[in-house]
Design a protein around this ligand. Structure first.
Ligand code: ADP
Length: 326
């Protein structure tokens, strides 16, 4: 079990990006952290294996505070998969997978057996792939090797940070399915970060929706769908299911004509600029009917309403669906 007790993280003094988090992740659970970018998901994840030190509170794994573990032992026993998997390009698939087993001094036979078993379980033929250099693999294949590498030394816990977000839709859904199957079979605890609500609903035993470093709601996909706790959750359910490209900004909403120019020169209160992300716009419009947009000289240039955002997102969905059909 992974237990967060009153955990806070400040990178800068006085500015908590994760605040007073209480969280219990059960053994064998597929636990998804979701939320808009900047909500503190990655920070929360990386505190578990001490890649990021926490500022306040405790994280316990099997009752023992993580600070009491030997760091090497902690890292070896927690698998880790990133979005852009960092495989060693000049090493073979097998060498990449057995980095940690090697350090743990497994025998050659044990390692070979493990590689065979795991490659097969993610749909990569062991004989074809084990001796290939990873630089020769496609993005989807590399990500599969990354998942296998995280599982290689048989850790109880695996942390995954947007592991499938760089993949094309077909590789993504195949790998999602394989990982879900594998997790149930091996009974691992997976903590999984995403900003894609569809992915969260499809994979999670429980989902934790974060916003500004705090938890908005934790529950099973059914609980969240049937009883969203507040407007933020309701709104995220509607809009967060669209896998927005990270680099999309408000500029694109303006360019789509979903914008009302305003002539006022001065407006007090909350505003965004065209260079802000669409994620930021979604968060702002969860609580407001419209958002003021300012230009370079802090002058008001117009506003975007909730309806205009929804129209923009609906257009995005149809574009995405068309590209999937093709
Ligand atoms: P998410 O994973 O939800 O996108 P993060 O945990 O990456 O969110 O970031 C939460 C907040 O902490 C963001 O505002 C981000 O800019 C800030 N942050 C993340 N890493 C650092 C860092 N190393 N130094 C300072 N601020 C950081």
């Amino acid at each position: 079990m992974i237990l967060f007790e009153n955990v806070s993280k400040e990178y800068e003094k006085g500015k908590a990006v994760v605040s007073e988090l209480d969280l219990e992740i059960k053994d064998g659970e597929f636990f998804v952290l979701i939320g808009p970018s900047g909500s503190g998901k990655t920070t929360t994840l990386k505190m578990i294996n001490r890649l990021i030190p926490l500022t306040e509170g405790f994280i316990r794994i099997n009752d023992k505070p993580i600070s009491d573990y030997n760091l090497q032992e902690l890292r070896w026993n927690i698998g880790y998969v990133l979005q852009q998997i960092a495989l060693f390009p000049n090493m073979t698939v097998e060498e990449n997978i057995t980095v940690v087993p090697e350090m743990k001094k497994w025998s050659k036979a044990e390692m070979q057996q493990r590689v065979t078993e795991l490659l097969a379980s993610v749909g990569l033929d062991p004989d074809t792939y084990r001796n290939r250099k990873t630089a020769e693999l496609s993005g989807g294949e590399q990500q599969r090797v990354g998942v296998v590498r995280a599982l290689a030394a048989n850790p109880d816990i695996i942390l995954m940070d947007e592991p499938f977000s760089a993949l094309d839709p077909i590789s993504k859904s195949n790998l999602q399915r394989d990982v879900a199957k594998l997790q149930k079979k091996l009974n691992k605890t997976i903590v999984f970060v995403t900003h894609d609500m569809q992915e969260a609903l499809a994979l999670g035993d429980r989902i934790c929706l974060m916003n500004k470093g705090k938890i908005e709601q934790i529950g099973t996909p059914d609980e969240i769908r049937s009883h969203p706790k507040n407007d933020f959750v309701r709104n995220f359910l509607q809009t967060g299911t669209i896998a927005l490209k990270e680099d999309q900004t408000i500029q694109q909403v303006i360019a789509a004509g979903l914008f009302e120019p305003l002539e006022v020169t001065d407006e007090i209160g909350f505003y965004l600029v065209p260079e802000d992300t669409i994620d930021a716009l979604i968060v702002a419009l969860a609580e407001k009917e419209f958002v003021i947009i300012k230009g370079n000289e802090e002058n008001v240039i117009g506003r975007i309403t909730k309806q205009q955002l929804l129209t923009y997102l609906a257009q995005e969905i149809s574009v995405e669906q068309e590209s999937v059909v093709k």
